[in-house]
Design a protein around this ligand. Sequence first.
Ligand code: SAH
Ligand code: SF4
Ligand code: F3S
Length: 452
Amino acid sequence: MKYSGYAFIYTIGCQMNVYDSEKLASILNSCGFEKTGDMDKADVVVCNTCSIRHKAEEKAYSFLGRFAGIKKKKPHLITVMAGCVAQQDGEKAFERVPHLDIVLGTRAFSRFSRHIRSIQSGQPRIVDIEDSSMIYESPPDSVCFEENKVSSFVTIMQGCENFCTYCVVPYVRGKERSRKPENIVEEITFLAGSRIKEVTLLGQNVNSYGKKEGEISFPKLLKKINDIERIHRIRFATSHPKDLSLDLMHAIRDLKKVCNHLHLPVQSGADSVLKKMNRGYTRQQYLEKIIQLKNLCPDIALSTDIIVGFPSETIEDFKNTMDLIREVEFDSIFAFAYSNRSSAPAAKFSDQINEKEKLDRLNLLLQLQETCTEKKNKVQIGKVLEILVEGKSLKKHDGFEQFGKDMEQMTGRSESNKIVHFPSNRVNIGDMVRIRIENAYPHSLWGHPEFD
Ligand code: SAH
Ligand code: SF4
Ligand code: F3S
């Protein structure tokens, strides 16, 4: 295809936004813009934004703010705010970024190319935050591939109707909608034919997949994807603890390609906080599911999300969260200080915790998890893990020189999502190799291929 310019896309936020950015890139491609990693070359700049926490929102505005001067020198430059902040702020975005051309909400992708053409033909400012119950379906072969990519995200559902009281997602992503299984299977079959070995299925609550549409259940969808040739691994996120079914646990146990790893956000270990968060389960119910899961799938890797400093969280509540972390022994956690979002109900709750206290609690939690992660990583020493090779390691491991000049240090991930480095001059990106683990660090493992 002959291109008429370049497009630079900056993505903030969750994996779903990474997937959406690929879709935006393919739309821009069809409008004649080639994707570039060089911002200075760009004729279109898109910031795909996130409003989950205040900091993410500020990052978006500060990135887009930079283009005020650049646009004066380069008047044809088109600037776009896409994603969750765009959906949330709409017209208001121009107050902070007057030079913006397009504000593109989370459900406006199907109209993006039209908006680009309108701006090119001289129309000023466009805001499109209209609701659309349809999921944007691009042709499966329109993905813009990065070289050497072996793993890909695939959104299977959008929106959320759980209304956790701290969370903006239901307001910025709308009602829950699931893609048709045949569209998902078609997309993954195409990816499998394009060197992709691993897919991560995305949704805010994958356990509810297909329920509203009367489609097949999530475990049944997993079975269909498990049957796709040349896909080696299937991951998924996020599962909501209240809807984690026995069927899904069985699917993790029985389907060969489904990784033995579950991301199950608990958010808090205190019942009173869980209740105020509207999470729909108690500490005890969460722990019972974990026990059931560990019984069915021994060695399962577990990860979670935690929010500290939710309004009215007492020291006792926080201690309950710390105890839960000790009890479950997660492989990894994503922990956040509660961030007040004006569109979410918790913004109006009394007893907001001050910022310093929130950060103190966050640090204590992260320290505790670091020892836990290291301990979990050490257990891997002596085991042989199957690794999907992702590329060359950027940073060489201490003492790597001893392996000789002809050796590369390669990197990949285990089924449990742990990063593993190893020396080899015989493997290619996308290979599955067996690595004997010899050393464990807080953030990675180190070992040798079994064949060397
Ligand atoms: N649907 C997923 C998570 C979506 S958002 C789930 O239900 O778990 C990812 C994580 O961001 C959440 O799990 C939560 O831990 C965190 N988060 C959401 N809103 C937040 C807020 N207002 N302040 C701090 N962290 C928040
Ligand atoms: Fe937000 Fe709760 Fe929905 Fe997750 S389940 S996206 S935390 S409202
Ligand atoms: Fe952020 Fe929107 Fe994802 S708010 S976490 S980019 S759904």
